[in-house]
Design a protein around this ligand. Structure first.
Ligand SMILES: O=C(O)CCC(=O)C(=O)O
Length: 386
């Protein structure tokens, strides 16, 4: 499998020239935002206030050089294993070697499929109708598969390398700085954008529960970390409308109508090298285009919420069954943070592990062993989806 490049046999057709100009101009504007650099802490040990300021100003920040090459190699090995075990086609039960395919025995939603270069969500009522406008769907090459997997949910049950990223001490320190020390999980996923095949994710704002809350705020629906295995470019990466996380629920249909194009003029791309990790506010207007470029984009995606946004809230319906998220549910789902920290400690013993305040206060310790592994099957039935 060649995951480092390939032949571009496709482009945006009649939109190609405008698209190329947009990608270039977006990258130029992204470079002017002042919201990227290594994770830095002030002398008091807190996340550097300049980082927090830039994150809250823009709605996203790119942490450079977070994952080192050994970790990227681990993630790539797991990715190859996952890709090798995918069902041969949508609804198939076996992989290309005739083995039971990955995830076919899962109860929770896991593999999400799309037509190659398609937009499976835009303009539909899926996921609460949040993807208001359908994106342009370039024509795939003739020998393209009928469907491709573009998103894998509950991904930590399929990749210990991704689980270890989830336990990264500096990223968890960022989560505590943004959401409070008692931050809680959201969900985890792998976004896979194969060159010439990868689907678009239509413009949207995440979040369902708090748009009309009296105590709504710019961080009410949490954030996602987006760790990049191969880096990402304007052509294959996520785009964000800076500052849009502060606006409340936005009429994306009107934005596109006003622009006369889905190439939203204020949006900018996340541009990352391998090992960079973006943090993106879920309330920001964001999306990604079909990947007609020659480059793979694989994102290890995982989100966290402020506990206050989750406790006692009726959530779900998008990622799993609706339910009221009580303290027991949160505690059960946050086990995975404990497992991730321990899994990471075993692989990277020289690092100081993150100390997750709710576990420390409750006197809970977690051990990543075979019994813990067994509990990960369908763990995402308990995602905290707000
Ligand atoms: O990775 C992508 O293309 C989309 C990511 C996204 O929409 C999200 O994390 O909410």
């Amino acid at each position: 499998m060649d995951t480092h490049g390939g032949v571009v046999a496709v482009d945006y057709g009649p939109e190609e020239a405008a698209m190329q100009a947009y990608l270039k101009e977006g990258e130029r504007r992204a470079g002017m935002l002042g919201n990227r650099g290594p994770i830095r802490f002030a002398t008091d040990g807190r996340l550097h206030p300049d980082i927090l300021d830039a994150y809250w100003r823009c709605g996203f920040y790119i942490f450079e050089g977070v994952l080192q090459s050994a970790e990227l190699t681990d993630i790539e090995a797991d990715l190859h294993d996952i890709l090798d075990r995918l069902p041969v086609k949508r609804d198939a039960l076996v992989d290309h070697q005739g083995r039971p395919a990955i995830a076919v025995d899962c109860k929770a939603p896991t593999l999400l499929w799309s037509k190659p270069l398609g937009d499976p969500l835009g303009g539909t009522q899926l996921a609460n109708g949040r993807h208001q406008v359908k994106m342009f769907e370039p024509k795939p090459r003739q020998d393209a598969p009928e469907d491709v997997v573009y998103l894998i949910l509950g991904s930590l049950q399929f990749s210990e390398a991704a689980l270890r990223v989830y336990g990264h001490p500096q990223l968890l320190a960022v989560a505590a700085a943004v959401n409070g020390a008692d931050f809680v999980p959201f969900n985890e996923a792998l976004f896979i954008k194969e060159p010439g095949l990868g689907a678009s994710v239509a413009w949207h704002q995440d979040g369902v529960t708090h748009w009309d809350s009296a105590d709504w705020h710019q961080g009410a629906h949490g954030f996602n970390f987006m760790a990049q295995l191969y880096g990402c470019t304007p052509a294959n990466g996520v785009w964000v409308v800076p500052g849009s996380h502060k606006l409340g629920k936005v009429d994306i249909r009107a934005m596109v109508a006003e622009a006369g194009t889905e190439r939203l003029p204020d949006a900018v791309p996340l541009v990352c090298k391998p090992g960079d990790v973006a943090i993106t506010n879920r309330q920001a207007v964001h999306g990604s285009f079909a990947n007609t470029s020659p480059d793979w984009r694989v994102t290890v995606n995982f989100g966290f919420h402020p506990r206050k946004s989750v406790l006692g809230v009726r959530g779900g319906g998008v990622h799993n069954a609706p339910a009221i998220y009580d303290a027991a549910r949160i505690r059960e789902r946050a086990r995975v943070i404990g497992y991730a920290i321990d899994a990471r400690r075993r692989r990277f013993p020289a690092e100081t592990p993150f100390s997750y305040q709710p576990h420390v206060f409750a006197g809970e310790t977690y051990c990543w062993d075979s019994a813990a592994r067994a509990t990960m099957k369908d763990y995402n039935l308990l995602d905290l989806s707000i």
